[in-house]
Ligand binder design. Sequence first.
Ligand SMILES: Nc1ncnc2c1ncn2[C@@H]1O[C@H](COP(=O)(O)OP(=O)(O)OP(=O)(O)O)[C@@H](O)[C@H]1O
Ligand SMILES: [Mg+2]
Length: 257
Amino acid sequence: MTAATTERKLYARLEEVSVRYGPKVVMQNLSLDVVEGAITCIIGLSGAGKSTILRLLNGLRKPDAGRVLLGDRDISALPERELIGIREKIGFSFQFAALFDSLSLFDNVALPLQERTAMSKAKIRDVVAETLESVGLGNVMDRFPAELSGGMVKRAGFARAVVANPECVLYDEPTTGLDPIITHVLTDLIIRLRARLNGTAVVVSHDLQSIFMMADYVAMLFEGAIIAYGTVDEIKQSLNPIVQQFLQGSEVGPIPI
Ligand SMILES: Nc1ncnc2c1ncn2[C@@H]1O[C@H](COP(=O)(O)OP(=O)(O)OP(=O)(O)O)[C@@H](O)[C@H]1O
Ligand SMILES: [Mg+2]
């Protein structure tokens, strides 16, 4: 890790983590720091294991070796019952929004509060309305997911991820497949939501413009390891030819195609 993180408090840390799916090794001895109060972006090729990193951070996937630390606590060996408590503190905006088609936008976003809190109906109504307003969906709360554009569905996913005031929000490909203007709006929204929650965010994305706009730290995942880590400027100036090829989107270079 670079000097940049040494004096900063960590929200989470993957320590020498290995993950296999059957015989396929996805990660080997991978370590990654997630700085508290910062936006950490993870970049890497399709299938590199970016979504798996997010699943490790909220205990949806256990490592085959190594530790997953949240603060000082190793969550990698915790029973499911304790992981549920941890997931309440970590919002997840999924790669594919995963809204319930049969529920209105309001009900989709209200669900985490209904399931996990003792909030009154009136309080839930206020919190959900306020959260949907904060993502610019205050006027479409009664619509169903099929009646929304792709960008609106993503924003609804963000609203659901942040509605219970999590300490940390994990975003999996928040802007993939969306036009540049909506991408800008969503990127700005991630920055604003992080500030509003005064928390930590980890964003997996292929979208370099968006990453350069929001990231405090960037980590590049390649062949099972973090091969570069630093601020946006540090990553842009990286001498690693794999990083440079990825940033330039070139087919010429060390990355096997
Ligand atoms: N449940 C699973 N069973 C078997 N293999 C899996 C499973 N989940 C992921 N993998 C494999 O592990 C690797 C990493 O997957 P992951 O979804 O973390 O990658 P990713 O970087 O998020 O990819 P993408 O950019 O396509 O979303 C991939 O090769 C994938 O095929
Ligand atoms: Mg993925």
